[in-house]
Write a protein that binds this ligand. Structure first.
Ligand code: SAH
Length: 461
């Protein structure tokens, strides 16, 4: 069983410092179930490939294990495929890197570097589709080829083993954590007893990505080998966790409302967004960053919208929305048209495909500027609805809000507020990169010098 990790970061040999393994030597470690070797297939300035070769000793395992033995215990796929044995070996051989420490290159620990991981035999219960569903939302480019059961007998069909390469620019420790968790999930098996302690491991390794992963339920269930109480506990703890410090739970609250109250801007905004969505003729609509569900409710009240999905990163906002909409006692026909889902706009999400229109109302300014390119791709490249209606504050107008001190944002959680020029430049770039046409509309009472309080862009493909 083999895992190789390649980087083209310069100098690529820094990989040795990050992994804590000198490229000049072969490193061998004894594990309970065999031996793990780390060596380098290449180590130059331009490219460096570290290999983790795991030698599982099935006979030793059987001898040590209790109970009756069958032929299957001696002859099986375990020595040859990526499984929970590999996760244990990763944690053992690359523990320092996984924990995010490096004595020699501390500045590289959190730095995204170009990485490629290759697994020649990755079993997947759920096929190539599941491999993609697990890794693509995390931003990996996935190359997968399925191995036939026997190349000499094509009629036998395919096996559940895949040769897989994952490519991404990200910190090495994130790649290791993703592999550590997701390999046994794909294999859908564990070689050891799974108890409470496994929850801690999962939450630690899943820190920062698992809570917002669209397949988190499947991941948690399989990782905890479908033990219901463990799964329930882990999912509950994930839900309480803030998935990402950037994404603090921000229900669009009193603070911002107070500042904007005079204008009743909320309603004007809602009306403006609704009228663009109606005019678009869309039947299936996304409300991204739906907050407490004001727009979702307005959309539900208009029968021309047949399917409405509200997404938000905040569990709190979603539960307020569910309550305000009375989801639990909604008539069946109405209930069937609406869904509230948890997710982050900075991760690619299959659930966002197939919609004719999307609204993103007062959300972009809550994203870190470094995450805007990810958001842009998630929405305009992958989800790619025909129409996108996006609103954001007009920073120039802020001087008109009497209660707002100069230089302050309208809401503490806003990461930025754009002038008209900044917003237009960003939106024009997005449109240009993804084949959309964009126009701008004012929302609220327009000031002759400063423009409208809210700015709105309508993108059409
Ligand atoms: N659209 C709503 C809410 C706007 S407040 C309205 O107009 O009333 C901004 C919302 O964006 C919050 O509910 C916040 O939880 C959500 N949000 C912030 N970052 C997000 C992200 N990365 N993915 C999805 N939603 C996010």
């Amino acid at each position: 069983m083999l895992l190789t990790i390649t980087t083209t970061h310069r100098p690529a040999t820094d990989l040795g410092y990050l992994l804590y393994k000198n490229p000049a030597r072969v490193h061998t470690r004894s594990l309970a179930f065999g031996r793990a070797h780390v060596f380098y297939a290449e180590a130059t300035e331009e490219r460096c490939t570290a290999a983790l070769l795991l030698d599982v000793d099935p006979v030793g395992l059987v001898r040590r294990g209790p109970g009756e033995r069958s032929l299957h215990d001696y002859v099986n796929d375990r020595p040859y495929v990526a499984s929970s044995f590999l996760s244990v070996a990763i944690a053992d051989a690359f523990g320092t890197a996984l924990a995010g420490t490096s004595r020699e290159r501390p500045e590289l620990v959190d730095k995204p570097i170009p990485l490629s991981a290759h697994l020649p035999a990755l079993p997947s219960r759920g096929g190539e589709g599941l491999i993609r569903r697990l890794f693509e939302p995390l931003g990996y480019v996935v190359f997968a080829t399925r191995h036939p059961l026997d190349p000499a007998f094509p009629a036998w069909g395919d096996s559940r083993y895949h040769s897989v390469t994952l490519e991404a620019t990200r910190p090495l420790r994130e790649l290791l954590a993703n592999l550590y968790v997701l390999i046994p999930v794909l294999d859908d098996e564990k070689h050891y007893w799974v108890g409470e302690a496994e929850i801690e491991k999962l939450l630690r390794r899943g820190d920062g990505w698992l809570a917002v992963h669209p397949e988190r339920e499947l991941i948690v269930q399989r990782y905890l080998v479908r033990q219901r109480p463990l799964t329930r506990e882990a999912l509950a703890r994930l839900a309480d966790d803030d998935p990402d410090p950037e994404l603090t739970e921000t229900v669009h609250d009193a603070e911002e409302a107070a500042v904007e109250e005079r204008l009743n801007l909320n309603e004007q905004r809602l009306g403006a967004v609704l009228s663009v969505l109606r005019a678009s003729g869309a039947k299936r609509v996304l409300d991204l960053g739906c907050g407490e569900g004001r727009l979702v409710r307005a959309l539900l009240d208009d029968p021309s919208f047949e399917r409405i999905v509200g997404l938000d990163v905040s569990h709190r906002a979603l539960s307020v929305a569910a309550e305000r909409l009375h989801l639990d006692r909604m008539p069946e026909r109405r209930r069937a048209r609406v869904e509230l889902i948890h997710g982050s706009l900075t991760y690619r999400d299959e659930r966002l495909s197939g919609f004719e229109a999307a609204a993103v109302v007062e959300v972009v300014e809550h994203l870190e500027t470094e995450r805007l390119p990810a958001f842009e791709r998630v929405l305009f490249e992958h989800a790619a609805p025909g129409v996108v209606v996006l609103t954001t504050p007009n920073a120039e107008y802020n001087v008109r809000f009497e209660t707002l001190p100069a230089g302050r944002h309208r809401h503490a959680d806003h990461r930025f507020e754009w002038t008209r020029g900044e917003f237009r430049a960003w939106a024009a770039g997005v449109a240009e990169r993804h084949g959309y046409h964009v126009r701008f509309l004012p929302v609220g009472q327009e000031d002759p010098e400063l423009g409208p309080p809210t700015q709105m862009a309508v993108f059409e493909r």
